[in-house]
Design a protein around this ligand. Structure first.
Ligand code: F6P
Length: 255
């Protein structure tokens, strides 16, 4: 962190912190899109922040994606007991390595903690969705979401996420029409930060994220700047945001 002080990254972080009204921002040096090792720096900082929130009986909701996955190697058993990691949403068929279900088991293994997964299709029909809501395994997950003490999540550009999720041409059209710019925990937000779409699957609700005591957001890279500017219009104030220098500079320049 001393190195970050010298390089002016702390001032940059403060600027973002004040502008978005967040609890804390950490900017790691470099360019995520040019250099894969930046992901390691992000993961290390995010894991440190998370470990410092750890309390007995903590319930931690975790989303998928590369950025969140980067924490795994830096987690280790905490002094607190009975931590449970819960997948924040039903899985994505593709990208097994990066989905929430896989990450919670990896995080739990590292920390000697428990985990809960939820294997459901990414796009449920209205009928299937309603039927699922009555399933005990789903009500159990909903109960965990309601009591989440911490949420660790990524932020994506709406366009990239829609493609990654194999959204139908119809869904893609709706997203474009509604001006979706960013995506986090299955919600799509427009440039003003308004929720314009939500994928129909079982997952944590935005209200539950807002109520969570600690929120850790990890996202980096220039490609995500528009998405960050959109999502942080509505991000909960308790959010700790970990990003890279290139994205932070681009955000600062856009203000
Ligand atoms: O699909 C899970 C998710 O956390 C999305 O909500 C988010 O937009 C995306 O992954 C971020 O992924 P990555 O960190 O790989 O860019």
């Amino acid at each position: 962190t001393l190195v970050y002080e010298w390089s002016g990254l702390t001032q940059l972080a403060k600027l973002l912190e004040n502008h978005f009204g967040l609890q804390h921002v950490i900017v790691v040096p470099g360019d995520y899109n040019e250099d894969d090792t930046i992901l390691t720096l992000l993961g290390k900082e995010a894991a440190q922040q998370f470990m410092s929130t750890s309390v007995d009986g903590q319930i931690v909701a975790v989303t998928g994606g590369k950025s969140v996955a980067s924490l795994a190697q830096f987690l280790h058993p905490a002094d607190s007991h009975n931590i449970t990691f819960v997948a924040a949403r039903g899985g994505i068929g593709h990208e097994m390595q990066m989905q929430a279900n896989t990450l919670v088991s990896a995080f739990a293994m590292q920390m000697d903690a428990q985990y809960r997964t939820l294997f459901l299709p990414e796009h449920l029909s209205e009928q299937a969705y309603q039927a699922m809501l009555a399933e005990p395994m789903v009500t159990e997950m909903m109960n965990y979401y309601d009591h989440a003490d911490c949420v660790i999540h990524g932020i994506g550009s709406a366009e990239e996420m829609a493609v990654r999720r194999n959204s139908s041409p119809e869904d893609l059209r709706i997203l474009e029409e509604k001006g979706a710019v960013s995506e986090a925990f299955g919600y799509y937000f427009n440039a003003e930060g308004e929720i314009v779409h939500r994928i129909r699957t079982i997952g944590i609700q935005f209200e539950q994220v807002q109520r969570s005591k600690d929120v850790i957001a990890v996202a980096a890279g220039k490609q995500k700047v528009k998405a960050m500017l959109s999502y942080f219009k509505v991000a909960p104030k308790q959010t700790i945001f970990i990003t890279d220098e290139v994205a932070a500079k681009a955000i600062a320049e856009s203000l």
